[in-house]
Design a protein around this ligand. Structure first.
Ligand code: MRU
Length: 366
């Protein structure tokens, strides 16, 4: 997407042809920084410390990490080792394992001398595929926005609430939850987005707001607990969020707080949609609450808040007593029964095993 006058993806191959450039998201919205990453350790740090984040982007970054390793050492042992090292960086988003499996399964049969070139080709393919999947999600999601817009008075915006950042910064380009919103803007359908701030790391305040502002999308930042109140007052027409892992039965794991939005949406008759590319479906898991590993991140993310001071310095401040401990589960699971529909690249599925298998029949067990 555009930043100023230039089009950027979130990650790309450096002009040297082997290292990787990426947007370091830790500094947004205050500074737009690009980092050059040249080692597997650097890739692992970028994922673990959230220079890049968002399920699809984590997967693509890991794929480039495999390519960097294959350039140094294309052996089977190195392939297994890089799989393990990168898989250990973040536990919840399934796209990480999906991308690492794709890379290993497709590189393993090749002679060692062909692996490095093939790995770079494959990583680029996974990145390009992500962009295509998001465009398709956008087209299907746009249909829902069109239908809601058709019931509104002329000029009245469709009010959409979103949580965390499932925008272009969370993917290679376009985003999942945001792709339909950008397409609606292109069609001149009036939209307005309520952006949950998304404590503790504030991906909504820092990243989604930056995206919305940068692309001229009317939006309002709200605190995480405001959504239920807005829904009770008829101020939200639909919710769209992304997901880090969706089960074969349609349970949706996403950023902590998503579940509470789904409960409020159900209580108020507001449709609750989840946008996801198929690599985010974990076909091996049936019960999201019991089986999906929830990342527990550092208590510092809860205890300190990042921001920019009046004199322009980006810094962090502690917001609780030194003696108070904090817990930081980073994701939660919304049961399928609370989800109105799953917006995939193949269309909108009912959030159930049957619904998903109708769109992905090749996944049915014989
Ligand atoms: O911890 P993060 O910032 O990686 O969490 C991101 C989210 O929860 C997104 O909603 C999810 O990855 C979907 S991104 C298209």
């Amino acid at each position: 997407m555009k930043v100023g006058t230039r089009h950027y993806r979130t990650i790309w191959l450096n002009e040297d042809g082997w290292s990787v450039d990426l947007i370091d998201q830790r500094w947004l919205p205050h500074e737009f920084r690009i980092e050059n990453v040249r080692t597997v350790e650097g890739i692992a740090t970028a994922i673990r410390d959230m220079w890049v984040r968002g399920a699809p982007l984590i997967g693509v970054t890991a794929a480039y990490g495999v390519a960097i390793r294959m350039r140094e050492d294309p052996s089977d042992a190195a392939l297994d080792d890089v799989w393990e090292r990168l898989h250990a960086t973040r536990p919840t988003a399934i796209n990480l394992r999906w991308a690492l499996d794709e890379m290993r399964n497709r590189l393993r049969p090749l002679p060692e001398k062909e692996r490095a070139a093939a790995a770079y080709r494959l990583a680029a393919e996974i990145a390009d595929e992500d962009v295509e999947l998001n465009r398709a999600i956008g087209r299907h999601g746009l249909e829902i926005i069109r239908q809601i817009a058709a019931r509104k008075k002329p000029g009245e915006p469709v009010n959409i609430l979103t949580h965390c950042n499932a925008g272009w910064l969370a993917t290679v380009d376009y985003g999942t939850a945001t792709a339909p919103i950008y397409l609606a803007m292109e069609e001149n359908i009036p939209v307005h987005v309520y952006v949950d701030e998304t404590r503790p790391r504030n991906q909504g305040a820092h990243l989604t707001s930056w995206e919305m502002a940068g692309h001229g999308v009317p939006h309002t930042l709200i605190v995480d607990n405001a959504g239920g109140h807005l829904m009770q007052h008829g101020m939200v027409d639909m919710v769209i969020v992304g997901t880090d892992r969706t089960t074969a039965t349609g349970d949706v794991c996403n950023k902590i707080g998503t579940y509470l939005k789904a409960l409020a949406a159900r209580d108020n008759g507001v449709p609750f949609y989840v946008a996801l590319p198929s690599p985010t479906i974990d076909w091996t898991v049936r019960d999201g609450v019991k089986e999906i590993p929830i990342e527990e991140r550092s208590a510092d993310e809860v205890s300190y808040v990042w921001g920019r001071t009046a004199d322009g310095k980006v810094t962090q401040v502690r917001i609780l007593p030194d003696a108070t401990p904090a817990a930081n589960p980073a994701f939660d699971v919304t049961p399928a029964r609370l989800v109105t529909g799953l917006i995939t690249e193949r269309g909108i599925a009912e959030a159930s095993e049957d619904g998903l298998l109708k769109l992905f029949p090749e996944r049915a067990k014989a």
